[in-house]
Design a protein around this ligand. Sequence first.
Ligand code: PGA
Length: 232
Amino acid sequence: MIIVANFKANKNNKEVISWIEKFNQLQNSFSGNLQVEIVVCPSSVSLSDAFRKIKSLPRFNRGKPWKIKISLGAQDVSAFEEGAYTAESTVKMIKDYVEFVLVGHSERRKYFSESNESVIKKVMLLKKANLTPIVCVSKIEEVKVFDDFAGILLAYEPLFAIGSGKAETLKNVDYFVKEARSVLKDVKVLYGGSVTPENIREFTKDNKLYGVLVGSSSLDPYTFANIVSHAW
Ligand code: PGA
C-alpha cells in the first residue's frame, strides 16, 4: 500500500526537512505489520534536499528496520523533454530524486489549463525514464484516455471531495475500481479527496485500493502519521 502526501504549494525547504524528521520519529510508535510506503511530494524546489534528508535517516531503530519506507514524488513534471521552455522542471531534472510523479491533478487542470494531451505526453516521458506516473482523474470516463498505458497508478479524485472535508463514499470508490479495471486490466487505484485519520480505515480495510492520496491532512506530520497508523 502507498500513502501519498501531496504538500501542493505549501512548505519551504526547511519545513519539508523538518516534516520528514518528525514523521520518521513518529514511526517509532506504529504497531501492526502491514507494509506501507509513504510518498512525500514536496515542491520541486525541495526535491534534492528532501532526497538527501531521506537518505541520511538512520536505517534502523533499536536494531530493527523502520516499518515504513519513505519515498519521494514530484507534484508534476514538464511535458517537454528539454529545451527553451522557461520555468519547466523536466523528467531529467527530477529523475535522480523521485520514484513517483503526480500528473493531471485537478488543480493543474483547473488553474493551469492542463489537458489530457499534455498528461499523455508526461506519462510517456515518465515511463521512458522508468518513473511511476500517478495519473489523477476525477471521473471514470477519463480512464479510457490512458488505456494504452500499462504500469501506471490511477488516482481517483472526485472534484467535490478535494479539500472539502467530504470524502467519496466507499461504494462509489469500489465502483470506480471495478470499472477502471475493465478498461485498464489489473490497474492499481488510489483514492484521494478529504482522507483523514478518521476515514482512512474505511478505504484501506478490504485491500481493493492500492493506496490513498492525501492533501490537507498531510501537512501536519502528526496528523499524517495518524493516518498511516490507522491504515491497517
Ligand atoms: P485533500 O486533497 O486531501 O485536501 O482533499 C487531495 C488532493 O488534492 O490530492
